[in-house]
Ligand binder design. Sequence first.
Ligand code: 13P
Length: 251
Amino acid sequence: MTARPLFFAANWKMHLAPGEARTYLDRFLTMDAPRDGRTVAFFPPAVSLEAVATRLDGIPHYLVGAQDLHWEAKGAFTGATSVHLARGAGASAALVGHSERRHVFGETDAETNKKVRAALNGGLLVILCVGEQLAEREAGQTAAVVARQLRAGLAGVAPGADLIVAYEPVWAIGTGRNATPEDAGAVHQVIRSVLAEMGLPTDTRVLYGGSVNQGNVAQLLAVPGIDGVLVGGASLDPETWAGLCAATAGS
Ligand code: 13P
């Protein structure tokens, strides 16, 4: 089978301070080597961006990104990270609209869109996260919620944008419950049809996230529309993450 290009993204959330991140990468890099056709991306907390970027500098197919950004270029926004600050720390990508930003911090679709546009304008690869909550899934609203988040989040985005979409059902995040490959595949189809309707490329990479681990990653990657994974808990240990990144589509 020809290997499809795959994207493995580690969202460390609020874990791994700079020294811990360096120790992690020292260990990880003894177990994993860059591979053509595979990207491994790390999303550390903002304070650890520079430590990760410095350690990975010059190694192909690894990249580092911010977990969140503010859309303003600079100013009195205590605690926030601008595109300029993230880039200065070595980031070349950003997660935008993660469900924890939306549902823990109350970020709206309109704010998500401002972040997407600011990050793209600033030259970052954007991973826009979308996904329904459990009550929405149970009410049969999954497709409508995901379509709304995409239409709002990607408003004004040009077809050539450096963009990835991540489907992360909220009920599957950190719960040990993950969408079946069939369910995830069905939502990935919805995502591609909304991208087409918006004039955006239907071959935009679409990731799956939510309780991905070494035991289920291969099954998920075997689904044709799933181009990679966005992983929280199972990315926090370098051995586990290296094992997970060794998965190939259809293995
Ligand atoms: P878990 O892998 O811990 O479920 O987290 C998923 C996630 O939110 C990645 O962004």
